[in-house]
Design a protein. Structure first.
Length: 269
């Protein structure tokens, strides 16, 4: 069984065929999908919870997160933090995120992104939820990685709760720093892109018991679906590619990453 550890299925791109997407995931041998509940900011933090709680005729097991994405950091207020504190008590919520820094688009001022990131680490710690990290540097500087890791080291690492570097795009030394702080590294479809040499090398060197796979649906569809809308069933292509790079079978990769997910989130059949 496969696990898609990061998918945005609540948005408009899936409104026309969401149930069919879930059914295709089930048919593709996905056992679990983690739905990311960043939404579009205030008023949408329950989007993943709602989808996870709905009854679906044919679907993998669904869990959810919630959190303020760095893009919407400048929109959040005290009422939003209070709402998220309450929503975090849902049994479907197993992580807080995605949170972090995005210096590529800079939709929110960087100082505000940092403040909101730090505040959410505090809320996640109080809720005893691991964090899902988004980190995207600017085109000509890697400082978003350095600052993200520094903030985690200062405000999170002593919690002992751990977290996930979602859609890893950094260098080997970034991965090792995160692993040292108890993080799991999640690889998305961009590992299959021809120019993604750094991601590919990280996927080869990451300890097999500290790795997840994800789609980040509807984004970053892997080869051979690149350019199309991504969906959870396509996580198999990412698994197949990483397995080939590591000279193991896709079954071994699927089994390991699924076991990692269940162990990390303390999920039991």
């Amino acid at each position: 069984m496969y696990v898609d550890s990061h998918a945005h299925l609540e948005g408009g791109k899936f409104d026309a065929d969401r149930e069919a997407v879930l059914a295709r995931a089930k048919e593709a041998d996905l056992g679990t999908i983690l739905l990311i509940g960043s939404g579009t900011g205030p008023g949408t933090y329950d989007c993943a919870i709602k989808l996870a709680e709905q009854k679906h005729e044919n679907s993998p097991e669904l869990f959810a997160t919630l959190g303020v994405h760095p893009h919407e950091a400048n929109l959040v207020g005290e009422a939003d933090y209070l709402e998220m504190e309450s929503l975090a008590k849902s049994p479907k919520i197993i992580a807080w995120g995605e949170i972090g820094l995005d210096y590529y688009y800079d939709h929110s001022p960087r100082d505000v992104q940092k403040q909101v990131f730090i505040r959410q680490m505090g809320l996640a710690c109080a809720a005893k939820l691991p964090i899902v990290i988004h980190c995207r540097p600017s085109e000509n500087s890697e400082n978003a990685w350095d600052e993200t890791l520094a903030l985690i080291r200062e405000h999170w690492s002593t919690s002992g709760i751990g977290g996930i570097l979602h859609c890893f795009t950094g260098e080997i030394h970034h991965m090792r720093a995160a692993l040292d702080m108890g993080f799991t590294i999640s690889f998305a479809g961009n590992v299959t892109f021809p120019k993604a040499l750094n991601i590919r090398e990280a996927a080869k060197q990451c300890p097999l018991d500290r790795m997840f796979i994800e789609t980040d649906s509807p984004f970053l569809a892997p080869v051979p679906y690149r350019g199309k809308r991504n969906e959870p069933a396509f996580v198999i292509e990412t698994a197949r590619y990483i397995a080939e790079q590591r000279s193991i079978t896709v079954g071994e990769l699927a089994s390991a990453t699924s076991a990692n997910f269940k162990r990390f989130f303390k999920l039991h059949n």
